[in-house]
Design a protein around this ligand. Sequence first.
Ligand SMILES: Cc1ncc(COP(=O)(O)O)c(C=O)c1O
Length: 376
Amino acid sequence: MRIPTCIPVVPKNAKKYVNAVIDKNWISSLCLDEDVNFIKKLEDGMAGYIGTKYCISTTSGSTALDLSLATLGIEPGDEIIIPSFTMIATAHAVVHNGGRPVFVDADEETWCMDISLVEQVVTQRTRAIIPVHIYGHPEKMDEINAIASKYNLCVIEDAAEAIGTQYKGKMAGSLGDMACFSFYANKTITSGEGGLLATNNEDFAKRANMLKDQAFGVPRFIHEDIGFNYRMNNLTAAYAFASFEEVEDAVDKRRKNARLYREGLSDIEGITLPPEKDYAVNSFWMYGILIDEKRFGLSKTEVKDILKQGHGIDTRDFFYPMHKQPSLIKKGYVKDGVLMPVSEMLWERGLYLPSSTNLKEAEISCVVEAIKKINQ
Ligand SMILES: Cc1ncc(COP(=O)(O)O)c(C=O)c1O
């Protein structure tokens, strides 16, 4: 038996909707037939689900992040605060927009950015904070928003991993000035590739819609801004909408998988399970665990190898921290000698276990038993 880290669910209506788009021949981002305008259905559906006024589809989570900073209109050298413990797309969006990423270490309890360190790195040049709801656990958004309003900063949630995540009863993606989602194949809603920007701010929505479409203006071929082609096509939207229709079931299943893992793994010395604070609904995009070599007896790399070679179980390393990335160090974005012990610890100890939505209970038992056996 092989258990992959994540395989996408093919939604029930995917073929029906994609075929409808083909049959009506509205395959690009332009669709004048309401019945098969899946871009609009997806954007309206997501806006209703998250609870924002506007949703703007894009080609990926990365381009949604690029678009959010372009919408904000950052200037060369503007500083954007991001967690060191994130996926590189968060940092790339800042760099692509001419900004300077400023990294903050992670919080040992939530694995998100450590809020107590944020204010120390605010300067005259700071324009925005991008909290990342890492692996599906929400950032402490009240604290982030309080800092942002004190220093007049914009808050862009990186909610790529957080469809269905809640903070104090509110959906991730509705908690800042803008938010970005990903529909990559391992995400809880997916169309293979795809993304979306959410906001309640009408000016941001208008500007994002304009910029993602090559900044076309009126008259049409005269451009006042530098734009992109980040338009999602209707075929992708048809698939994404079919996936979106199953979002509640998918989030429930990922949470159920997490519960089964927790029941199986909670008593093992040297393993830390993923957080779920009392203010949070963790959507458990991925089920990550930490392995403390001293207490468990083996390093995470040894555990990964045994799971793979001995049991056919795939796992994935946690993210390598941004302040350690050669690409960002070469560009001069990392201060010499900077230490971010929690992000480094998460990289050294963290791995995620198979986390597919449709993981079977027998597969979870197999992973749990394999880990218990290694620990004996
Ligand atoms: C935190 C985070 N931000 C951004 C992205 C980028 O999304 P995409 O792969 O759709 O470009 C990802 C993707 O996994 C992510 O995990």
